[in-house]
Design a protein around this ligand. Sequence first.
Ligand SMILES: Nc1ncnc2c1ncn2[C@@H]1O[C@H](COP(=O)(O)OP(=O)(O)OP(=O)(O)O)[C@@H](O)[C@H]1O
Length: 510
Amino acid sequence: MGQKIRQTGCDQRTIEAFLQGADIVLDSIREPLLVLDPALKVVIANRSFYLTFGVNPKETEGALIYDLGNRQWNIPRLKELLEDILPGNTLFHDFEVEHDFATIGRKIMHLNARRIYTEPDQTQLILLAIEDVTDRVSYRRNLEGLVKKKTAELTVALEEAEEKNRIAETSLSEIKKLKQQLEAERAYLQEEIKLEYNHEHIIGQSDGLKYVLYKIEQIADSDTTVLVLGETGTGKELVARAIHNLSRRKNRTMLKVNCAALPTNLIESELFGHEKGAFTGAHARHTGRFEVANGTTLFLDEIGELPLELQPKLLRVLQDGEFERLGSSHSTKVDARIIAATNRNLEEEVRNGNFREDLWYRLNVFPITMPPLRDRLDDIPLLVEFYVKKISRRMGKTIETIPSKIMETLQAYPWPGNVRELENVLERAVINSSGTKLRLVDELKRPFRGLSSSEKTLAAVERDHIVRVLEQTQWKVGGKNSAAEILGLDRSTLRARMRKLNISPPKTIK
Ligand SMILES: Nc1ncnc2c1ncn2[C@@H]1O[C@H](COP(=O)(O)OP(=O)(O)OP(=O)(O)O)[C@@H](O)[C@H]1O
């Protein structure tokens, strides 16, 4: 402890009185201590201070606190705190400073300062205690670093887990969607199986048919919308199936919607689906054919019968591949290749205001016209042979001869119902043939009410034929031996046609 007190701001005698015995007390304390006068100059320091800081009393006592230790304590905030102790009667604890020692390296210290009095005259001095907290702080800092590192690692792990979870959820919802789609497709297939659709190859070798086959091959591979035109029963659906089976989508089932077979209020839901509660009776969500057809081909049969109010919705799917389920405000995207078919003259329907012109243009990108059977007489013998064989095999019969007279009759008939009608005529013929020779039962020579078919419009020919079949069946529209069965149409399709062609039963039948 220094003997002389140099230039402190206090009365010399007072200080000396204070120092009497104080050095013994101060030296006995293990922490470094400093006593400062009101001018913040060092009055005295203890042994621990000198040892810790590697300084001697001579260079310490009388020195301004901020000048100590290479001015490392010249910190503005510390200055404020120290200068406020005596005037403000304040104290402070654990002011953290870092100090570089030449001998022992970097140390972290906590400074604690308070006011003290000298006896007997109560002169005010400052006691500054210095605590070495290097180990504690390093331990805390290490711990904090560790916590930070672990937190960062955990955050990354959490983010990764969340991402995995998100991917899993997305996959799950995709799987669910796919499952729904497959279930709908399976239900559709079961319906199809029930209907016993069994489409064979397209039979024929006429130039007209060869041209159709050429066009099928030309367009099959692309996703272009195809419009198949032609009279009823000419094989438009066969064309659609042939395109699908030659396309990249052939591994999935082609879906079909007959636009004439459903009432207007059901067709929208059938095509586009609906949400639960979209209308009275919508007890569950229904996936529409467009959605099920995602990734495959959708065949829209009898497109000319699509109600006008639904035509803009179809146009939007064709243009943007988007639609909304009934009762939903969300758009659903689909990638369905559309093949539409009609036996109507759509241009005429556009002129009559029954069909939207923009939709007609959009559908008519690649038209394929199936020629009527009467324009491809060469195909009749092939078709007759094919169907007689097929039907007799099904019925367990053997028909070996088709008399040339019958073949001539079949080639002379105008076939307003086309191949479908031929098929029905042959079915009845096989049923009625008891031996190995085919026997026709239908009266095919019957002329068309006064006019030849070439002199009539297509609609008039169709009307005549339907009326004739209805008359034959006593106007029995549906069921066994009905007009619908003979014409090979659904009962609802026939009814739609009758409405369109203005056919109604005579009053006596009603
Ligand atoms: N070239 C052909 N070869 C073999 N069968 C054919 C041919 N053309 C049509 N058919 C048969 O005729 C029947 C009617 O064909 P399809 O249903 O494809 O005609 P469509 O033109 O779509 O008729 P609709 O306009 O009434 O819907 C089917 O049983 C079909 O297998």
